[in-house]
Each structure stands twice: as structure tokens, then as C-alpha cells.
Design a protein around this ligand. Structure first.
Ligand SMILES: *[C@@H]1O[C@H](CO)[C@@H](O)[C@H](O)[C@H]1NC(C)=O
Ligand SMILES: *[C@@H]1O[C@H](CO)[C@@H](O)[C@H](O)[C@H]1NC(C)=O
Ligand SMILES: *[C@@H]1O[C@H](CO)[C@@H](O)[C@H](O)[C@H]1NC(C)=O
Ligand SMILES: *[C@@H]1O[C@H](CO)[C@@H](O)[C@H](O)[C@H]1NC(C)=O
Ligand SMILES: *[C@@H]1O[C@H](CO)[C@@H](O)[C@H](O)[C@H]1NC(C)=O
Ligand SMILES: *[C@@H]1O[C@H](CO)[C@@H](O)[C@H](O)[C@H]1NC(C)=O
Ligand SMILES: *[C@@H]1O[C@H](CO)[C@@H](O)[C@H](O)[C@H]1NC(C)=O
Ligand SMILES: *[C@@H]1O[C@H](CO)[C@@H](O)[C@H](O)[C@H]1NC(C)=O
Ligand SMILES: *[C@@H]1O[C@H](CO)[C@@H](O)[C@H](O)[C@H]1NC(C)=O
Ligand SMILES: *[C@@H]1O[C@H](CO)[C@@H](O)[C@H](O)[C@H]1NC(C)=O
Ligand SMILES: *[C@@H]1O[C@H](CO)[C@@H](O)[C@H](O)[C@H]1NC(C)=O
Ligand SMILES: *[C@@H]1O[C@H](CO)[C@@H](O)[C@H](O)[C@H]1NC(C)=O
Length: 817
């Protein structure tokens, strides 16, 4: 049904029944003084006209330009309380073309139950809120009012050119669309939908499609915000842009209960909602969609004050950081991934703006993982890039031992990654070899230092070397350039993790250079090749320091002593404190040139006192299964001093009665040599039967712990645990081959003569030969004829009568002291 009928001269408007429409024509607010004009109905002159449903009016104007005098208001009441609500696109009824050409105001007054949310959706170009006294350039305005019980609340006045895309309200809405007489539009530009309760006065959504800004105001602005109400603004912001909020004008009321505040939900924040006072500096540089709520309070009835807020949201390209795009070329990498993610922040109430990494400047997220095999273009949307870090992992594996034997790979952080303006937290290489087929060697270009309390790494990065065998809790330590470790060999799968400590590590990063090689399999868990520096002490400690060496783990240190230097080996503690549950823990110190070795039962014996070595030597440690809380950890250090005559003189002087000592030593060595020959014959191995202890009254002191002398012999131990047994069965070293006899449990008949305490011999020999220039015969013997001691059970060094004074005297010559 048509609403109106137009004649050539007059206007005719008829409103159908139940249309809910009331039309009124009334004087407007003329801008310039004009001659009076009237509405003419049946020759009667009226200054106002009102048409209700079921009425029909035919009228004309007494002047040529009624638009300068009159305005028309078309109000439609929509009652959702009694029946269904007509939702959807809102029509202009009657259509504008059929109305007199006057300023028109279409009003929709929707009454809805309190628990129904009403949503106004605005099509492009959306709405822009204007403040009091402002007008829209095209004269088209939307005025939106809400309702709290019977009271009307002004939500705002808007122009049709902005960011506001949706407004949700509750309890009903009164929307007035003002169209100037010259505007020809025939659509309202919005629709209404019903939503579930929003539990607040209203929600205003602003959608940004590019850079831009919006000024928004609290309800009733510039008057006070309704008491104890809640209003929310939602912002939809493209991922590559940042939003900042600033409060242009605000006033706070006098609260008696609760506090007036604003609350933000910000993507990436771990402490949402972020609560601010109106006085606070508001968040800036937020990436992603966010929302902001204004919460009023219970005001003081006597002196309420007013709460009001006018604020601006500015959406722009990131300002605080470079808009650079970084190319991360991982196309030549294999089995590698790089993750850029937020630094794990301590939880705090402090506001944290969003911080994003964007792929191709399109998809931004807090957390990005790049994989090898392709190129990636990334950029950052973050106020402060120190809030991010990156972690990378790369796997280097050898699936088939026949193809990778002796192959080596550099462990180098790709330049691609170093160029990124984000701190590299770690780069981890997983080095995988076929089980029992190959082992690994890590060779740095610059010798490494093990980080210890005594000498911590002061570099900006270090390598953390740990087992990568599932279930094996073994870490070899933390290493940095500038030390004495020339090589680290490990038995099986490990991870090498490059960790950075200082942001300026980029400058030092050129010093990183480590190569891994696949080498023939060996059975120690780790072998360290140490070439000490003449200038500083080399501190070395057992793996899993602080937790204790894992059960049945064996580690060796190959410590080189350069010609014309002597090395002093010192242990931090006197005893290890280890208590074995099963097996035995022991240490072997072996002179490489002579093969002379000493075995220390780490459970019972005191560790050797500081001691000089003239030639390269091994420190081999093998653990038992310790009792919990009684773990094995050892820290020792090596210092080098030049082999000088001064030293020799000092030592001779200090030792005093040198001749006597030499004599004693000579005897010992002879004894040693004899013993060795006997041992090599085979059956005489029997002298190592544990029973010998009881036949050696002089040795009693060495067993003062009273520890099961019978089973304290190493052979049983070795068989128990096989810790070293497997090493001895290794077939590729002739030396090892020769040693097998020495370690074999006694099976043959017992010899009649207990051996001299070999540790004493060994130590006296070592000390003497190195400290004093021994007679040529001694020296040639010791250097040309290797001799071997294997006396595990009573190698207690501290109780030997010859070595104590000698060592005590030697100790002070350590230059580092
Ligand atoms: C019609 O609207 C325009 C702008 O919206 C205004 O300037 C003018 O005064 C209005 N006319 C009347 C009669 O109110
Ligand atoms: C709409 O807004 C844009 C930017 O705010 C402005 O350049 C343009 O002139 C406005 N158009 C109207 C009709 O207000
Ligand atoms: C509005 O006017 C346009 C032309 O200007 C027309 O195509 C459209 O159908 C009209 N819409 C209504 C609802 O009258
Ligand atoms: C929308 O209104 C209809 C009837 O008016 C009602 O059945 C429906 O539940 C409403 N939907 C929401 C989301 O409130
Ligand atoms: C609002 O606050 C401003 C300062 O921010 C103050 O000057 C003004 O008097 C306050 N207005 C009211 C009505 O409280
Ligand atoms: C504000 O944002 C948070 C997180 O996106 C969301 O859970 C919450 O519903 C939003 N609140 C409003 C009123 O939009
Ligand atoms: C980056 O910023 C500079 C200066 O602000 C500008 O000249 C350049 O065009 C920007 N580049 C991009 C890709 O936005
Ligand atoms: C980053 O993403 C990965 C995988 O989706 C997830 O495991 C990790 O927890 C995320 N990190 C952060 C800080 O969100
Ligand atoms: C080391 O890793 C490789 C490859 O994953 C696996 O085949 C091998 O069994 C691992 N070695 C050990 C000792 O777990
Ligand atoms: C690190 O320590 C070594 C000696 O311990 C010293 O020579 C070097 O200068 C130190 N480097 C820094 C950056 O402090
Ligand atoms: C011990 O280290 C030295 C010096 O690096 C080296 O020449 C020698 O081959 C190493 N010994 C073994 C068994 O690895
Ligand atoms: C010490 O360990 C090294 C390396 O594993 C080995 O070659 C050497 O034979 C061991 N020495 C003894 C006495 O076991």
C-alpha cells in the first residue's frame, strides 16, 4: 500500500493503520530571517501539521521555498515487547522521493525487553562521532539514544563518514536520521538485528581498514555518564597497523563505591584486562583488535561530579621501529626451524602492548615459526623488539654410518638469522648418529673454556653440550671460546646449544665456530682433549656438575703437557663424598708416555694432592651407581709452569735429604720394574687378590676407612659394573690389549710376594722425575720403558711416606697461587 498521493500542486499523505508512523511538519530553525510561510490545508493556514496512522492529509505551502521554513519528522515506533520485532534492513518509509522537499528526520523508536540486545549495523562508509556543536559536512547525521529504564541516554551523534560499524544496545534504541532537504538518498544505510544481552549500556564497534583516527565520547557527553554504568568500545584494526589511545578530555565524579576506570583487552597481553585510571597514560602501539570499557561508579548523592570522556584512537603504521622487511632465506637449510616468540615475561600487572611478527606483512601473530627449505619475508610490529626472542633448532643426522664417517659440518648460526633485530635466545643443533656405530667430535677453531664457578665464561655466548639420548640425563657443561679444550668427543647423540647472554653478542658472534665430525665409535661417554695455556689455570669439572655424574658414566680428559712445561694437577676437594649403591667409582690417572697409571677408588680414597706431570696424561673417571644425595662430582684444575732449573733447585732444597730419597726411589722403581715383568708373565697377576691386604701391615693405614678390604679390589669392581670393562675389551688399541691382563680378575695361583704399593712408586716417580733432573739412567728408563701399575685397592696417595713431604713442598711453587 502506498502512503501518499501527490497532486501537481499539493501534497497528500495517508498513513495506513498499524504502521506505527507519525509524521509531523513543523517550523525549523531558519538560518536567515525569512518572510512567514504556512502549511495550507483546505484554505486554512497552519504552522504545524501532524498525521497519525489511519489519517490522510492533503496540504500545500504558502511559499515557494518551504524547506527554508519547515522540517518534517517521520517517527516510527517499533514495539518488540508485545510482538516480534521486524529486524533487518531499515527502510525509509515513506520514501524520500514522495515527501515534500524539507529537512527530514526519520526516527525509529525501538522498545525491547531489557534482556534483548539490539544491534545497529552500518554499511560503508560507516559513522563518525561528532561532539557538541559540530556538524557533518553533508548535513546527514545519525543521533542515537539508548534507554535505561525510563531515562533516555544519548549515545552519540554521528556523521556518515567514519569507522563506527556497529552499535549494540539493550532495552531499546531511538535512532534519528537527519537528512537535509537536498539529500536524495532513499536508503537508511543501516539494519537492526537482535542479539543476546550485552550486559551494559552499549558497545560501539569501530572498524579501521587502513590508517586513520576516530574520536569517541562517553554516553551523554559532554554531560555526565550515567551512574554506575558500563560502556565498551571495540576496535578492529588491521594486523599490520598499530593503535594508540589518548584521552582528550575527561572528568571523574565523586565515587562513594567502586572506582571509575577503563579496562582494556589487548591481544598479546598476559594480564588482561589491563586496568587504567582515567588519569593514566593510555596504551599505545597496540597491534591487533582490542576493546576498551569505561566503568562508572556509585556517586556521592550530595556532590556527584561528572564522569565524562572524549578520546582518540589513532591507527597508523608502526612508529617506534623500523618498517623494514627482513628476508630469512632458509632455502638451503635442512631440518631446521626458527621460532620467534615473546620472551617469557614475569607475570605482572604492568601494561604490555602487543608485539607481533608478520609474515609477508600480512599475517601477524605473537609467535611465528619458520622452517627450512624456503625463503621467508618477515617484519615486526612491536614497540620494543627486546620483548621478543628467537629460538632455532637444527638436526644433523647420519642415518647410515657408511656414508658419513669422518664427515664434518660447521655448527654456525646462519647470517640470515643473526641479521634479525631480535635476540637469539639459543640455536640448538641435534647431532644424531646411528647407535653403537659412530661417535661425535666437536672441534672449535678457538679452544673452548668450560664455565665453572672458579672461572665463568665472560663471553656473550656459550655452547651448552648435553646428551640427546632420551632418558639419558647427561650434560657435559657449558663452553665458550678462549680456553684450553681443543676437542670434545662424545659417544652418542647430543645437542649443542648456542646460547647468548648479552644483546651485543653480534659483535662477538664472529668468534663462534664449531665443527662436528662423525668419528669411529668409542665407549666413553665423553673425552675432552685439553691443551692448557701457559698463562692461566684450566678448570675442568665432571658432567652434570651440581647434580652429580650420572650412574655408570665414564669421562676422560686427555691433558697435554707441552715440552719444557710441567703441569700441576689439583683437585678442589680432598674427597668426592660419593657413596656407591652398586659398583665402584674410580679415577685413573695415566701418564701417556710411560703408561704409568694410578687408580683411585673415589668412594674411599682421598683424591691426590697437587701434583706435577711432565708429560701428557689422562684423567679418566668412571662412576658407580651412587646413592641419592651422595653423588660424584669432581672439579680439578691444571696449571703449567716452565720447566726451569730454579724450580729444580728449589725442590731439591725443599725436599732435603734428596739423596736418601733418590735412593728410596731407585729401590721403588726397581721394584716396579720387576713387578711389571712379573705381571706380564701372566700368573703373577694373582698378586692382586684382595687377600694381600692383610699381608701388608704397612698398608693398613691406607685402609683406615676400614672399608671391606676384601672387595675393595678393582677387579671385582670392574666386573660388577663393566664400567671400564667395555673399554678394556676394545680391540683397536694395542695398549688396551696389553692392559687387559692387568685388569683381569685373579684366576691363577697367588704369588708369594705382595707388591709394593704402586701408587707410592708411581707418584714418587712422577714427582721425582719431573721435579729433579734425574740421572740419565732413570730418565731413559722412564721414557723408553713403559711400566704399568695397576693397584686399585690401595692407591692411597696421602699416606705414602715419601710423597707427602715432597708434594707439600711442591705445592707452593704453583705460580697461580
Ligand atoms: C535544514 O538542515 C540544514 C542542515 O542540516 C540546516 O542548515 C537548515 O537550517 C535546516 N533547515 C531548517 C528549516 O531547519
Ligand atoms: C570522509 O572522511 C575522509 C577522511 O576522514 C575525508 O577525506 C572525506 O572528505 C570525508 N567525506 C565526507 C563526505 O565527509
Ligand atoms: C534507491 O535509489 C536507487 C537509485 O538511485 C535505486 O536503484 C534503488 O532501487 C532505490 N532503492 C529503494 C529502496 O528505493
Ligand atoms: C531474536 O528475536 C527472536 C524473536 O523476537 C527471539 O526468538 C530470538 O531469541 C532473538 N535472538 C536473540 C539472539 O536474542
Ligand atoms: C573537568 O576537568 C577539567 C580538568 O580536566 C576541569 O578543568 C573542569 O573544571 C572539570 N569539569 C567539571 C564539570 O568538573
Ligand atoms: C573484549 O575483548 C575480549 C578479548 O578479545 C573479549 O573476551 C571480550 O568479550 C570483549 N568484550 C567486549 C565487550 O567486546
Ligand atoms: C619505511 O619508512 C620510511 C621512512 O619512514 C619510508 O620512507 C619508507 O617508504 C617505509 N617503507 C615501507 C616499506 O613502508
Ligand atoms: C608458540 O607456538 C608454539 C606452537 O604453536 C607453542 O608451542 C608455543 O607455546 C608458543 N609460544 C608462545 C610463547 O606462545
Ligand atoms: C641417536 O639418534 C638416532 C636417530 O634418531 C637413533 O637412530 C639412535 O638410536 C640414537 N642413539 C641413541 C643412543 O639413542
Ligand atoms: C674475559 O676474561 C678473560 C680472562 O679471564 C679476559 O682476558 C677477557 O678480557 C675477558 N673479556 C671480557 C669481555 O670481559
Ligand atoms: C691426546 O691429545 C693430544 C694433543 O691434542 C693428541 O695429540 C693425542 O692424539 C690425544 N690422544 C688421544 C688418545 O686422543
Ligand atoms: C683413559 O681414557 C682414554 C680415553 O678413553 C683411554 O684411551 C685410556 O686407555 C684410558 N686409560 C686407562 C688407564 O684406562
Amino acid at each position: 500500500t502506498s502512503f501518499l498521493f501527490l497532486s501537481a500542486e499539493a501534497f497528500a499523505i495517508a498513513l495506513p493503520p498499524r504502521s506505527g508512523i507519525i509524521i509531523s511538519i513543523k517550523p525549523g530553525t531558519p538560518t536567515v530571517p525569512v518572510k512567514p510561510c504556512y502549511i495550507v490545508i483546505s484554505k486554512k493556514q497552519l504552522s504545524m501539521l501532524s498525521i497519525k496512522p489511519e489519517e490522510r492529509a492533503v496540504f500545500d505551502f504558502s511559499c515557494q521555498n518551504p524547506e527554508k521554513h519547515f522540517v518534517i519528522e517521520i517517527q516510527k515506533n517499533i514495539d518488540c515487547m508485545s510482538g516480534p520485532c521486524p529486524f533487518g534492513e531499515v527502510q525509509l518509509q515513506p520514501s524520500t522521493s514522495s515527501l515534500p522537499v524539507l529537512n527530514r528526520t526519520f526516527i525509529w523508536d525501538v522498545k525491547a525487553p531489557k534482556n534483548i540486545g539490539l544491534e545497529l549495523q552500518f554499511s560503508v562508509p560507516r559513522l563518525r562521532q561528532i561532539g557538541p556543536g559540530e556538524s557533518c559536512p553533508d548535513g546527514v547525521t545519525y543521533s542515537i539514544n539508548g534507554r535505561i529504564d525510563a531515562t533516555s541516554v544519548r549515545i552519540g551523534t554521528f556523521c556518515s563518514n567514519g569507522t563506527v560499524s556497529r552499535i549494540k544496545m539493550q532495552e531499546g534504541v531511538k535512532m534519528a536520521l537527519h537528512l537535509p532537504w537536498f539529500d536524495k538518498r532513499n536508503v537508511s544505510g543501516f539494519s537492526i538485528a537482535n542479539r543476546s544481552s550485552i550486559k551494559r549500556l552499549c558497545i560501539i564497534e569501530s572498524m579501521f581498514e587502513g590508517e586513520g583516527s576516530a574520536i569517541l565520547m562517553s554516553a551523554n557527553y559532554p554531560e555526565g555518564f550515567p551512574e554506575d554504568e558500563l560502556m565498551t568500545w571495540q576496535f578492529v584494526v588491521p594486523a599490520h597497523l598499530r593503535a594508540s589511545v589518548s584521552f582528550l578530555t575527561f572528568n571523574v565524579s565523586n565515587c562513594v563505591k567502586k572506582e571509575e576506570r577503563v579496562e582494556y583487552y589487548i591481544p598479546g597481553s598476559t594480564t588482561n584486562p589491563e586496568v587504567f585510571k582515567l588519569e593514566d597514560q593510555q596504551p599505545g602501539n597496540m597491534a591487533g583488535n582490542f576493546n576498551l570499557s569505561l566503568q562508572g561508579c556509585d556517586q556521592d548523592a550530595q556532590n556527584p561530579g561528572i564522569l565524562r570522556l572524549q578520546f582518540q584512537v589513532l591507527v597508523q603504521r608502526p612508529q617506534n621501529e623500523s618498517n623494514k622487511t627482513y628476508l630469512v632465506d632458509l632455502s638451503n637449510e635442512h631440518a631446521m626451524s626458527l621460532t620467534i616468540e615473546p620472551r617469557s615475561d614475569k607475570l605482572s600487572r604492568r601494561f604490555v602492548p602487543g608485539c607481533f611478527v608478520c609474515l609477508e606483512s600480512r599475517t601477524c601473530s605473537t609467535n611465528l615459526t619458520l622452517t627450512s627449505g624456503s625463503k621467508h619475508k618477515i617484519s615486526f610490529l612491536c614497540d620494543n623488539l627486546t620483548r621478543l626472542w628467537m629460538k632455532a633448532e637444527k638436526t644433523i643426522s647420519c642415518p647410515d654410518h657408511r656414508h658419513c664417517h669422518r664427515k664434518s659440518y660447521p655448527l654456525q648460526v646462519p647470517e640470515n638469522i643473526l641479521q634479525l633485530p631480535v635476540q637469539l635466545h639459543h640455536f640448538s643443533w641435534k647431532l644424531l648418529v646411528p647407535k653403537d656405530r659412530l661417535s661425535l667430535a666437536l672441534v672449535p677453531t678457538q679452544k673452548l673454556q668450560q664455565s665453572t664457578n672458579e672461572r665463568a665464561c665472560n663471553t656473550s655466548f656459550s655452547y651448552f653440550v648435553a646428551s640427546a639420548v632420551p632418558g639419558q640425563d647427561l650434560y657435559f657443561g657449558s663452553f665458550c671460546p678462549g680456553g684450553s679444550i681443543k676437542q670434545i668427543q662424545v659417544k652418542q647423540n647430543i645437542s649443542v646449544t648456542f646460547r647468548t647472554f648479552k644483546p651485543d653478542f653480534h659483535q662477538e658472534a664472529s668468534r663462534q665456530s664449531l665443527t662436528v665430525s662423525f668419528i669411529p665409535y668409542f665407549k666413553e661417554d665423553g673425552i675432552f682433549t685439553v691443551i692448557p695455556d701457559t698463562k692461566s689455570k684450566v678448570y675442568l669439572k665432571t658432567p652434570n656438575w651440581d647434580w652429580g655424574l650420572p650412574p655408570l658414566t665414564s669421562v676422560s680428559w686427555n691433558i697435554s703437557v707441552p715440552r719444557n712445561q710441567v703441569a700441576c694437577l689439583t683437585f678442589l676437594k680432598e674427597r668426592t663424598g660419593v657413596v656407591c649403591q652398586t659398583g665402584r667409582a674410580f679415577m685413573i690417572i695415566q701418564e701417556q708416555q710411560s703408561n704409568a697409571e694410578e687408580i683411585f677408588n673415589l668412594e674411599d680414597q682421598v683424591l691426590p694432592k697437587p701434583r706435577f706431570h711432565h708429560h701428557s696424561f689422562w684423567v679418566n673417571i668412571s662412576n658407580c651407581s651412587p646413592m641419592s644425595g651422595k653423588q660424584l662430582d669432581l672439579l680439578f684444575w691444571v696449571t703449567l709452569t716452565p720447566r726451569t732449573t730454579d724450580l729444580t733447585v728449589t725442590i731439591i732444597a725443599a725436599v732435603g735429604g734428596g739423596a736418601l730419597l733418590l735412593f728410596a726411589l731407585g729401590l721403588i722403581i726397581c721394584c716396579v720394574k720387576r713387578k711389571k715383568k712379573e705381571m706380564n708373565k701372566g700368573p703373577v697377576v694373582g698378586i692382586y687378590n684382595g687377600n694381600i691386604n692383610t699381608q701388608m701391615p704397612k698398608q693398613q693405614k691406607k685402609f683406615q676407612r676400614g672399608r671391606k678390604d676384601n672387595d675393595s679390589h678393582v677387579y671385582a669392581v670392574i666386573d660388577d659394573t663393566m664400567v671400564y670393562g667395555h673399554l678394556l675389551q676394545d680391540s683397536n688399541g694395542s695398549f688396551l690389549q696389553a692392559e687387559v691382563d692387568t685388569y683381569r680378575p685373579f684366576q691363577g695361583p697367588m704369588g708369594d710376594c705382595p707388591p709394593s704399593p704402586p701408587p707410592i712408586c708411581s707418584r714418587a716417580l712422577t714427582a721425582k722425575l719431573t721435579a729433579e733432573k734425574p740421572p740419565p739412567s732413570f730418565s731413559s728408563e722412564s721414557e723408553n720403558e713403559p711400566y704399568t701399575f695397576s693397584h686399585p685397592n690401595n692407591g692411597n696417595m696421602s699416606s705414602g711416606n715419601t710423597d707427602i713431604p715432597l708434594l707439600d713442598t711442591l705445592e707452593p711453587v704453583e705460580p697461580a697461587d
